[in-house]
Design a protein around this ligand. Structure first.
Ligand SMILES: C[S@@+](CC[C@H](N)C(=O)[O-])C[C@H]1O[C@@H](n2cnc3c(N)ncnc32)[C@H](O)[C@@H]1O
Length: 209
């Protein structure tokens, strides 16, 4: 009897923006990150950032995560392609659900492009969860578009904000000065540095106080 097997489905997802922004983000990480310890990546998405960046940051250990279980096989598959020892299996982690399934003493946290593509509760959960697991002085890096002092920094970001809100009224480009920094401070983080990035994005570095 002949068997008709389905070809295995490739779990790898592709987010084209990661190819455009990964070099610039990595350059900031190389300046800011400690050389060892665990970096917790929140909202890893496809896992392409982890697979590209972690090999260049060893011996730092990269812990990817996402709340969407469908992303986890993609993250692990890209990590498998990278064939390095410093990427851990992806964790299912929803920032709004605490306690997070991570050990204390996280040496750094990276979260790219999440807080505007999620309800504000995700930003609140991010800082509260990070405060509970990060080591003192450890850097927390946010990458993405932000408003400054209530205003968009570019027409393209204003249009993006409109498109986000059309998809989900709870989403939107957050204001760094009036919303994100005060939230960080309330959770015991201090603003360390703001780095201008290509395409009107920012990397914002906080430190666990
Ligand atoms: C636009 S993608 C960004 C993915 C990746 N960081 C990047 O820059 O390509 C947004 C990600 O946020 C994740 N996300 C949304 N809400 C979340 C939550 N509450 N906890 C953790 N991840 C969440 C989604 O599953 C998705 O992978």
């Amino acid at each position: 009897m002949s068997q008709h097997r389905q070809p295995p489905t490739d779990p790898r997802r592709h987010m084209p923006a990661t190819l455009r922004n990964r070099e610039a983000i990595l350059a900031v990480l190389k300046e800011v990150l400690p050389q060892q310890g665990v970096l917790l990546e929140i909202a890893s998405g496809s896992g392409e950032h982890a697979a590209f960046m972690a090999p260049q940051l060893a011996p730092l250990i990269w812990q990817p995560s996402d709340f969407d279980p469908d992303n986890l096989p993609s993250i692990d598959a890209h990590a498998g392609d990278a064939a390095v020892a410093n990427i851990r299996p992806a964790l299912r982690l929803d920032v709004t659900r605490r306690p997070w399934p991570v050990a204390d003493g996280v040496a750094a946290l990276l979260c790219c492009n999440m807080i505007h593509i999620a309800p504000w509760a995700a930003a609140e959960g991010l800082f509260a969860g990070a405060a509970a697991c990060m080591a003192k002085g450890a850097p927390l890096l946010l990458y993405g578009p932000f408003r400054r002092h209530g205003e968009h920094t570019a027409p393209s970001n204003a249009a993006f904000d409109d498109s986000l809100k059309a998809r989900d009224a709870r989403w939107g480009v957050r204001c760094l000065d009036t919303d994100v920094v005060p939230l960080a401070i309330r959770n015991g983080f201090a603003l360390d540095r703001i780095v201008d990035m290509p395409a009107n994005n920012l990397t914002v570095i906080f430190r666990r106080a």
